[in-house]
Ligand binder design. Structure first.
Ligand code: ADP
Ligand code: MG
Ligand code: MG
Length: 927
């Protein structure tokens, strides 16, 4: 699974050289394109050497060697060790120095580097090659015994800890002890003699803590394991440790979280040491070619004079800003060269780079570079700036923005500097952060909101009755349900932060308190909590928030994305619509750049105070009551449509006819039963109870075992044609009035949901057309209202060609289509078994989040069959997947749809992804 799956390298060269030879000629064999063989670090070291930057010479052992070694149960593949020996000899002759030499020894670092940057891997070992003889050579060469002994003790310390797993504290304690004995405060004040004694002591610690059974290749003397003197053995053990670290727990966990394939392996870089700790003409540092926090075009980073390796990031000494480097006389020349190098690297990689460098006695060496990580804000600014600088094209700028990062930018976030008291974790159901007092019911949320208090609605799960409270809440938390549960879908639709499935929360809505599993902390109504729906965490108290904005750079990048996705010279346009049920969502979506409404769910208009009307329609036996209810519904729905069509003037609005099972509009029969029992206990008469009992019987009579597969969607239109009739009339009337009275250009489209049999569509359509004609006549206007099908059942996909004969468009409801293709009930699957399926790798992804290939096949088939019958037909997707980056890509490029429709807050992301899909299709065509 994940990135890098199926990368196969057959060519068996296992070692690749980089840097120059003894004549100063570059002998680099790899380049930046080879990260799957050389790892990111190795590939970029090769690339830097190739373009003439000063890189200490060395060689890279391939990732495939690591994989072969690991797969064989830690056995070296044939020929690999001798290839490494040759590379060492080659390096020795390139440098004119030998490993372990007692006059002028070659010293190297051993550095891991996987195809993707990965914390959790083995740390770097510096100064490898030192032993009791070669340390003398280092003293002779540098005429600096202190430096030499310090390098040696650092090596023993790193090697023992990193390669052999000896506890680092043992060495730190010995060092502290030594400082005390010598009466000095800093390591740098220890004398050469002190350090020489430390070396003896460190070797002693090694002998006491390494077992010979684990390392039979180590020498024994007096029954004790000796620190390895032979540099080649040191090197082999270090390389084996890097290989071994690929499968350690931390690394595996990191890969799992970041979906990086376990099959990739890591490369090992063996590189000549350069020293930033040779006095005041030496330094080491890290830098970015631009500011990675906000994108400002400036050199950004830190350095330390007279320091080695990780000292800069370890924070032991105060670093200096990179801009000061050129101001230090001894380092100015190297500093200027570094600044030139920044420019060379940016021009070469055409992106912001991060860099590690060392200055050894005034001479600059480049130790690492890669395209640097950046915040979302910086990513946008850098992309826009680089287009203006002529460094990259608009297309490249658009393809570089990470949709997930954009998602974060559009919502408020926790202040990164705040300390978090995390109470529990759940699913990251709807991004953004929120702070508020806990309330346990929708009514309490509304009451608190009316008093101007911010609340987080905490529920076991939500249902359509909670809508009011959900609307006013700053955030929503449920202890049950998955990422497509009611709470999650509604929250995403409203752009409200939501954390779902917080299982540790035991909510007692009656007592109004929450017990937290594994903690004494009890939360009460009114307690303030903070939630982060992007990370799925719940925090005690109020965390400071930083708010996001649609910056100028975001607008710019998205306007480029629009140009790309809507360009028809390069293929079908990729449109983006929005799922919106009311005028305010429509308005919001327009500001986010939606072109039209792809799904308007009319039943949401039946909730709230209108619930009584629909209830009396459903429950009454008398025609007069029912007719009256229908008239009322017609009136209010017409008003709704007037508003929405007016807001969307000139833009399509796809209105879906009533979809959910009717009992969703009725009261909970359990509550009604309790009410009856209570009245009975209070001595109510049969007469008084009769009406309630009849009601309960009717509600019970409507209950279904599998409502999701029951009387809903188009089936309602067949069984109760009055309902769709009324809805079509409302749509048509609103449109006719806007045309006649206001001179507007309303563009409704009518969509029939849950069709599986062609005849369902045909009959419903016939009724609808009838009503359209009546309204045309009544208002004296001509209405052009396309009637289409919501395709969300596998059968409909198969008979798509048939349905297309009387259908002007298809919109794929991929939630139901996924549900019915898998036979998974969405309401249960996500909480009951999908997490386990993911854990056991039965599934790679949750199919309700990222569209499954088989569902794409169904969509593609239906599009093809539809288009064959009706070439001008149009196709869209309006499920949750319409806002998921990976799904958007396949809908456009594999299924060939014309638009995706998603919740308002996902519209900017969909615009970006729709453009990226177009670019990807183009580059595939060009390839
Ligand atoms: P990481 O992947 O954690 O960044 P690196 O392999 O880059 O690990 O090494 C850690 C530190 O050691 C870096 O600061 C790097 O500059 C330094 N380093 C690595 N190799 C050498 C070398 N040959 N000479 C001098 N410093 C080195
Ligand atoms: Mg590094
Ligand atoms: Mg549906």
């Amino acid at each position: 699974m994940g990135r890098g799956r199926g990368i196969a390298v057959t060519d068996e060269q296992r070692v690749f050289r980089f840097g120059s030879d003894e004549h100063g000629n570059d002998v680099t064999e790899g380049d930046a394109s080879m990260k799957y063989r050389l790892g990111g670090k190795g590939a970029n070291l090769a690339e830097m050497a190739r373009i003439g930057l000063p890189v200490p010479p060395g060689f890279t052992i391939t990732c495939q060697t690591c994989t072969a070694y690991a797969n064989a149960g830690n056995v070296w593949p044939e020929g690999a060790l001798s290839e490494i020996d040759e590379a060492v000899e080659d390096l020795e002759s390139r440098l004119g120095k030998r490993l372990g030499d007692s006059h002028d020894p070659l010293l190297v670092s051993v550095r891991s580097g996987a195809p993707f940057s990965m914390p959790g891997m083995m740390d770097t070992v510096l100064n490898l090659g030192l032993n009791d003889e070669s340390v003398q050579g280092l003293i002779a060469q540098t005429e600096n015994p202190r430096f030499a002994w310090d390098s040696y003790r650092r090596f023993i310390q790193m090697f023992s800890n990193v390669v052999m797993g000896v506890d680092a504290d043992l060495f730190e304690n010995a060092l502290t002890q030594r400082r005390l004995v010598a009466g000095v405060r800093a390591d740098s004040d220890l004398s050469a003699d002190d350090l020489q004694e430390l070396v003896i002591e460190f070797k002693e610690i090694f002998s006491e803590n390494v077992s010979q059974t684990a390392y039979p290749e180590l020498d024994l003397s007096n029954g004790r394991v000796q620190f390895p003197r032979d540099p080649r053995l040191q090197l082999r053990l270090a390389i084996q440790a890097v290989f071994g670290s690929w499968m350690n727990e931390r690394a595996c966990l990191y890969r799992k979280h970041n979906s990086i394939s376990d099959d990739l392996g890591t490369a090992v870089n063996v590189q000549v040491m350069v020293f930033g700790n040779k006095g005041n003409t030496s330094a080491t540092g890290v830098a970015f070619t631009r500011n990675p926090a906000d994108g400002t075009h400036e050199f950004y980073g830190d350095f330390l004079v007279n320091a080695q390796g990780e000292d800069v990031v370890a924070g032991i000494r105060n670093t200096e800003p990179i801009s000061d480097l050129v101001g230090i006389p001894e380092l100015a020349a190297a500093g200027r060269q570094l600044e030139e190098t920044f420019v060379i690297l940016e021009n070469h990689y055409r992106d912001m780079c991060d860099i590690e460098f060392t200055i050894e006695q005034g001479r600059l060496w480049m130790l690492q570079t890669r395209v640097g990580k950046r915040t979302a804000q910086a990513a946008l600014k850098i992309a826009v700036d680089m287009v203006e600088e002529g460094l990259i094209s608009r297309e490249e700028a658009v393809s570089r923005i990470d949709p997930a990062q954009l998602d974060q930018l559009l919502h408020p976030q926790f202040d990164m500097t705040a300390k978090l008291d995390i109470l529990a974790r759940g699913l990251n159901a709807s991004p953004g952060a929120a702070v508020g007092e806990i309330v346990f019911s929708s009514d309490d949320a509304v009451a608190a909101a009316e008093e101007g208090r911010s609340v987080v609605l905490v529920r076991w799960e939500t249902n359509p009755d909670d809508l009011k409270g959900m609307t006013v809440a700053e955030g929503i938390l449920t202890s049950h349900g998955g990422k497509t549960s009611h709470a999650a879908v509604i929250a995403r639709g409203m752009g409200t932060p939501c954390v779902c499935g917080v299982e540790a929360f035991h909510i007692d809505a009656v007592k109004k308190e929450v017990r937290i599993e594994g903690s004494d902390h009890i939360l009460h109504e009114g307690d303030v909590i903070s939630i982060d729906g992007a990370q799925g965490i719940v925090v005690a108290g109020a965390v400071p928030l930083v708010s996001a904005e649609m910056t100028g750079d975001l607008d710019t990048v998205l306007s480029w994305a629009d140009e790309i996705r809507l360009d028809t010279t390069s293929g079908r346009a990729h449109h983006v619509r929005v799922n919106a049920d009311n005028p305010s969502d429509a308005q919001l979506a327009l500001s986010f750049g939606a072109e039209a409404i792809g799904l308007c769910r009319t039943e949401h208009m039946f909730l709230g105070e209108r619930k009584d009307i629909i209830q009396s329609f459903i429950l009454s036996d008398t025609d007069t009551v029912r007719i009256h209810a229908l008239d009322e519904l017609l009136r209010v729905q017409t008003e709704d449509f007037l508003e929405i069509f007016r807001t969307m003037n000139g833009r399509s609005v796809v209105v879906r006819l009533i979809d959910p099972p009717l009992h969703e509009f009725l009261d909970d029969p359990r509550e009604l039963a309790i009410e009856i029992a209570r009245l009975e206990a209070l001595g109510a008469t049969e007469d008084e109870l009769a009406e309630k009992r009849a009601l309960l019987r009717r509600i019970d009579g409507m209950a279904e075992s599998n409502p999701m597969l029951g009387l809903r969607g188009v089936r309602l239109s067949i069984v109760y044609p009055d309902l769709p009739l009324m809805q079509v009339r409302a749509i048509a009337t609103a449109a006719a009035r806007l045309i006649r009275d206001e001179g507007l250009d309303p563009k409704p489209e009518i969509m029939i949901p849950l069709v599986s049999i062609t005849e369902e569509h045909v009959q419903t359509r016939a009724i609808a057309e009838q009503v359209l004609k009546e309204v045309e006549r009544e208002y004296g206007v001509s209405l052009e209202i396309p009637i289409g099908t919501m395709v969300e059942l596998p059968r409909a996909c198969f008979v798509a060609g048939e349905i297309a004969k009387t259908s002007e468009f298809f919109c794929f409801g991929t939630n139901d289509l996924t549900q019915t293709t898998f036979g998974f009930s969405r309401d249960d699957a996500e909480s009951k078994f999908i997490p386990i399926y993911l854990h056991k790798k039965v599934l790679d992804d949750n199919p309700f989040e990222t569209i499954d290939e088989t569902v794409v096949d169904l969509v593609a088939m239906a599009v093809e069959r539809g288009r064959a019958v009706r070439p001008d037909m149009h196709f869209g997707v309006c499920g949750e997947h319409g806002g998921d980056p990976r799904s958007i890509l396949v809908f456009f490029n594999r299924a060939g749809v014309d638009y995706v429709s998603c919740s308002p807050y996902r519209v900017p992301i969909a615009r970006l992804c729709a453009a990226q899909a177009k670019l990807e299709a183009q580059s595939e065509r060009d390839a």
